[in-house]
Design a protein around this ligand. Structure first.
Ligand SMILES: Cc1ncc(COP(=O)(O)O)c(C=O)c1O
Length: 349
């Protein structure tokens, strides 16, 4: 197994805290719920990308890169975390963002977009179908100008990023042993799939018995996301030289809670408001709100047994809350939410 010999830079404050959520447990009348605070990784505003970036930037540093080129959605947490990691390591950052049209400029600088701007990122906005070409073109221009760009694809959901969430289980196992806990389920949000791939490999490789459940962040169905995660798992096992048997049946995905990528929905607003009021815990409106909405719904439907324990993985992203102030305010005041599809979404054409 190559897990301990992969190139890595230190970016995260680890271990992240493992905390109980007693008020949520009481409100849902069981199961016993805990949260793993990967929103407190300590880079920028925290999140799952910090763990992945330790390995991804480890490769970039090993290859003596002097700048990073990457791509994602307009208000992406991945872009925020990558910008922070690049800056910390003395590199420039070039972002290709998706938007409703090429060259889209928002009326307000808010949420993650403001953070990208503050980090001095160079940003280009294009329609999703033009992203691959724009990434190649940007990297080629940088090479021609004498730079050594390192391209990061798929929101870090590539084998080195997956390795980070396999490694996560070494940390979690030590914490659960110390606290005398064992978990039956781990709920998290699955987007590009790297976190889920790592969690599934890690849960099995370290014989934890934990069932990993992913709730989607976008419009992909479970049937579409499953083979995607499965292929990433197989590719990552090869990369890490690990011999673990994982079948498609080990991949559990719920696709009912996101609406669409970045969409504001009542289910997600309820999850954000409930956790803030009950536990003083701030989720994000795009990712963690989806898996928390899933957890709440499954608990209400009696999916979990009262004596079972559930771990919720807070993967960060709370900076995006401020770009959702209108729907969150309306939901909290008992009014109809004013918009579902955000102005920056490519679905807005
Ligand atoms: C806050 C947050 N949670 C979860 C995810 C999904 O992680 P993955 O891309 O590994 O599926 C992301 C991805 O951007 C994210 O920003």
């Amino acid at each position: 197994m190559k897990l301990n010999t992969l190139p890595r830079v230190r970016l995260a404050n680890l271990p992240t805290p493992l905390q109980e959520l007693p008020n949520l447990t009481k409100a849902l009348k069981g199961p016993r719920i805990f949260v793993k605070r990967d929103d407190l990784t300590g880079l920028a505003f925290g999140g799952n990308k910090t763990r992945k970036l330790e390995y991804l930037m480890g490769e970039a540093v090993q290859q003596k890169a002097d700048c990073i080129v990457t791509h994602a959605g307009f208000h992406s947490n991945w872009l925020t975390q990558t910008a922070a990691a690049a800056r910390k390591l003395g590199m420039k950052i070039f972002m290709i963002k998706t938007g409703p049209q090429d060259g889209y400029e928002p009326e307000e600088f808010d949420g993650n977009h403001l953070l990208h701007f503050l980090a001095g990122a160079s940003m280009k906005v294009v329609r999703p179908e033009k992203v691959a070409a724009a990434v190649e073109e940007t990297a080629a221009e940088l090479r021609a100008a004498g730079h050594r760009p390192f391209v990061l694809q798929e929101m870090g959901s590539t084998p080195p990023g997956v390795a980070a969430y396999v490694n996560f289980f070494i940390e979690l196992t030590a914490q659960t042993a110390e606290l005398g806990l064992s978990f039956d389920y781990l709920l998290h949000t699955t987007g590009a799939g790297g976190t889920q791939a790592g969690l599934i490999i890690g849960a099995k490789a370290f014989h934890t018995g934990i069932k990993v459940i992913g709730s989607t962040s976008g419009s992909r169905t479970a049937a579409e996301q499953t083979p995607f995660v499965f292929n990433l798992i197989q590719e990552s096992l090869k990369f890490m030289a690990m011999d673990v048997r994982i079948a498609e049946e080990d991949i559990v995905i719920y696709d009912r809670y996101a609406g669409g990528y970045g969409y504001a929905t009542e289910k997600k607003a309820e999850a954000v408001k409930m956790l803030a009021e009950l536990e003083g815990l701030f989720l994000d409106p795009v990712y963690t709100a989806s898996s928390m909405a899933c957890l709440i719904d499954l608990a209400r439907k009696g999916f979990f047994k009262k004596d079972e324990t559930v771990l919720f993985l807070h993967t960060g992203g709370s900076a995006a809350l401020f770009a959702y102030k209108e729907p969150l305010r309306a939901y909290g005041q008992g009014k109809k939410i004013p918009w579902t599809v955000p102005s920056w979404s490519p679905d807005r054409r």
